[in-house]
Design a binder for this molecule. Sequence first.
Ligand code: GLV
Ligand code: MN
Ligand code: MN
Length: 382
Amino acid sequence: MGGGYRRYVWTEPEAELRAWFRAEALARGLAYEVDRNGNQWAWAGDPAAGDAVVTGSHLDSVPDGGAFDGPLGVVSAFAALDLLRERGLPPGSRPLGVVAFAEEEGARFGVACLGSRLSSGLIEPARAHRLTDADGVSLAAAMERAGQDPGAIGPDPERLARIGAFVELHIEQGRALAGLGRAVGVGSVIWPHGRWRFDFRGEANHAGTTRVEDRRDPMLTYAHTVLAARKRARLAGALATFGKVAVEPGAVNAIPSLVTGWLDSRAPDGGTLDALVAGIERTAAERGGRDGVTVAVTRESHTAGVAFSAELRDRAAHRLGGAPALPTGAGHDAGILSGAVPTAMLYVRNPTGVSHAPAEHADEGDCLAGVTALADVLEGLL
Ligand code: GLV
Ligand code: MN
Ligand code: MN
C-alpha cells in the first residue's frame, strides 16, 4: 500500500504549500501575513476594521493522508473569494479573510490543532516549546529552522477579536451525505476527543532463553489494553483507537523494555469520554500488575465537545436550501475557535467516507458545489 501525503508542519513539503498560499494571496491583491503561531492569513479589506468574516482550514496532513482533508477548505476559500468578486462584493462589506492554520493534525508534534490552539490560549507556550517530533526535534527548533520566531508563540486575542464569523469548509469524514444524496452539509457538533500516551515499561531480555515465568513483557500488556479499549468503547457507544506504537529496543529476538502506544478516544459527551479513558487506564494497570509491567499514562491533547453557533448553522442551512446538519467525531480548527468566535462548518460529500488515508476523495462536481455553497454562506454574512 503506498501513496498518500506527508505534509508535516515546518518541513520542506509544507514550506512549498506555504509558498503556494502566499502566491495565491498576492495574485489576488490580498494583504498577506503570518501570525505569531505560524498561521497564514490573506485579507480582502482591512481586518483592523473588525467584525471580519474568515474562511479557511489547514494544509498539513496525517502520515500518508489524503489530498482533501484540509487543503479542500483552503482552496475552496480562495475560489469562493473569486466567485464573490465576480458577483461583486456588496459595498461596505465586512473584511474577508482566508486562513490556513498550522499543524492541525498534530502529525509532527502530537497536539492537534496546534496553531489555532496556541492563538486561542488553549495550550501554554512553554509546553508547546517542549513538544518534540519523532526525531527529537523540538517545536522551537523546527520553527527557528523555518525562519519563524518560536519566542513569539502564544495567545492572540487581538487577532481573534477582529473576527466576527469563521466558516470552515471540509471534506466529510463519513458517508452521511452520500446516504442523503446531498453534496453539501453543515456542521452541528464535534464530539469531545483527545490523545493519551501509554508507556508500558517492562524488562528487555533474550527472546530465546528467558523462561516465560521470568518475563516482564510490556507487549503483552499493550496487546491486552488494545483489545480492552476496543471492547469498552463499543459498549460505551464511543471510539478508542491505538493507531501508533513505538517499541524499544525493537529487536525481533528481544523482549521489549518499553512499548509506547498512543490512544485516540472520542465520545458523544465528556462524561462518557472520561469514564472510557479511566476504564482503559484501569485495565492497563491491572494487566500490567500481572505482567510485571508498569503503566504510565500522559494526556497529550484534549478538546472539549463543540456545538457550532446555532445561528450561523441555521443561516447556512437555510441559505443552502435546507442542507442537513451533521455531527462529527473529527476535530477541526473551527471547533477550537468556537470558544472565542461564532463558527460554522460546511462538509462536502465523500462517497466512501474514507479519510486520513490516500483513498480520501470528493468528486469534482461536489467540490465545485462546495465552493458555491461557501460563497453563498459568506455572501449572507458580508
Ligand atoms: C483531525 O482530523 C482529527 O480529528 O484528528
Ligand atoms: Mn484530519
Ligand atoms: Mn482537517
